[in-house]
Design a protein around this ligand. Structure first.
Ligand SMILES: Cc1cc2nc3c(=O)[nH]c(=O)nc-3n(C[C@H](O)[C@H](O)[C@H](O)COP(=O)(O)O)c2cc1C
Ligand SMILES: O=C(O)C(=O)c1ccccc1
Length: 420
């Protein structure tokens, strides 16, 4: 055991510093545990992570992150869809050194895992978006800032520093506000615009309904709007007050603008293209016909996602649709994936089915809840280390090696949750 650990310490390798870090993280955990009796802050077991967060969070905050829409049928489907695919490992291949780097929209990224946009991070830990974006930068994980944040666009740009960052748009009805948000994101170094299409209204979410909980009605998670000069000016004119002076009214105005229940339409994408000169990615695509419409609309990418089963309950498991979507768009745009990823092999499966990168939501937030920014960092590093090790064991040395030849669809499904 110890000699294989020693051999795994990568000293001279082809990959970057980040890749060495990902691979070495597992050994670091063993060594810390063996010699210093320092165990991981957050459980390394993907199936115990949720319970770990539950033991710490207030019930309202826990329900908000862990909950899904309806009877959580789509959350289950997301996991079951992963269970339908199995990896078929290859042997005696030179995969001791792995390279996890990818290129998206002409930019190189160290990690094929991106931090999904998750709103109101303040309710999970005081480290919130600023802390999480800081540690993402340390480990080379691109951070996607949500419009529904409890830290501003400018604050997160500062804490994320030189790290790669993207901005997720909840698309306001008011074009002036939309244009202002895009301008701020651009000026603050956000490289890619992610436009979320599946949450123009909140779904029926029983856990939050029963608990009477939705943070932004009381002003939590509205920082993007409250710090926006155009929104502030319009609010001042209408209410003769600042958003801080009239938080409830300002929250109603802001939430009404971004989650008004009025969806946008395909022909309005042109407005975003006109005011954003970087790549545009549409999040929440599940139907292959929508994927083709995204090509026609001239966007650069799509995220095959069902919002982690938080929106339309009874919708198909996200991974189930990935092959059809990839087939529908070919190489005309970049397909990313999220919803239900919990382990390294989940990532191998999504990449093998044609996703160019994946987003992770709840696991990192559970880490944030348990151990603040260090907890979130540990979860993300753990998933990357698991991916690195699993790629090696499967005989895959880089992301391009994750392809259809490595996986098979099987008949046996299995548990949604198993214990370790
Ligand atoms: C608490 C919470 C808040 C979220 N907020 C947003 C958001 O503001 N914008 C967005 O596009 N997606 C949001 N999402 C969805 C995630 O970006 C992502 O699609 C989803 O979490 C992926 O599924 P997973 O949690 O199974 O990894 C949120 C998800 C959670 C759990
Ligand atoms: O809860 C969500 O899934 C989500 O996307 C959201 C919506 C509004 C505010 C914060 C998060």
């Amino acid at each position: 055991m110890s000699s294989s650990i020693d051999k795994q310490q990568p000293q001279s390798v082809n990959g970057t510093e980040k890749h060495r870090q990902y691979g070495a993280f597992q050994n670091e955990i063993y060594r810390e545990g063996m010699f210093k009796q320092r165990l991981p802050i957050v459980t390394t077991n993907p199936n115990n992570l949720e319970d770990h967060a539950k033991s710490i969070l207030k019930p309202t905050a826990f329900n908000y992150v862990a909950g899904g829409a309806g009877e959580r049928a789509t959350m289950d489907a997301n996991r079951l869809a992963f269970r339908q695919w199995k990896i078929v490992p290859r042997m005696l291949r030179p995969t001791t050194r792995r390279d996890l780097a990818i290129t998206l929209f002409g930019e190189k990224y160290d990690s094929p895992v991106l931090m999904a946009p998750v709103g109101v991070q303040q309710i999970f830990h005081e480290d919130k978006e600023t802390g999480l974006s800081e540690v993402c930068s340390e480990i080379g994980v691109p951070y996607i800032l949500s419009t529904a944040s409890s830290s501003s666009i400018e604050e997160v740009a500062k804490s994320n520093g030189k790290g790669p960052r993207w901005f997720q748009l909840y698309w306001p009805q008011d074009d002036d506000v939309t244009i202002s948000l895009l301008k701020r994101a651009k000026a603050n170094g956000y490289k890619v615009l992610v436009v979320t299409l599946d949450t123009w209204a909140l779904a029926w979410r029983p856990a939050d309904l029963d608990g009477g909980y939705v943070p932004f009605i009381k002003g939590v998670g509205n920082k993007t709007g409250f710090t926006d000069p155009v929104f502030r000016e319009k609010f001042q004119k209408k209410f003769n007050a600042t958003p801080e002076e009239k938080v409830l009214e300002a929250s109603t105005e802001w939430v009404g603008d971004v989650f008004s229940g009025a969806a946008h339409s395909w022909d309005q994408i042109s407005l975003l293209k006109k005011h954003w000169d970087g790549p545009i990615v549409l999040k929440g695509i599940q139907h292959p016909e929508d994927a083709k419409l995204a090509v026609e609309a001239g966007v650069d990418g799509i995220i095959c996602s069902n919002h982690g089963g938080r929106q339309l309950d009874g919708a198909v498991g996200s991974l189930e649709m990935l092959p059809e979507i990839v087939e529908a768009v070919g190489d005309k745009l970049t397909v990313l994936f999220d919803s239900g990823i919990r382990t390294g092999v989940d990532i191998i499966k999504a990449l093998s089915l044609g996703a160019k990168a994946v987003l992770i939501g709840r696991p990192a937030i559970y880490g944030l809840a348990v151990g603040g920014k260090q907890g979130a960092k540990q979860v993300l590093q753990g998933i990357l280390a698991d991916l690195d090790q699993s790629m090696g064991l499967a005989g895959i040395s880089n992301v391009a090696g994750c392809n259809r030849s490595m996986i098979r669809k099987v008949q046996y499904g299995g548990d949604v949750k198993s214990s370790n």
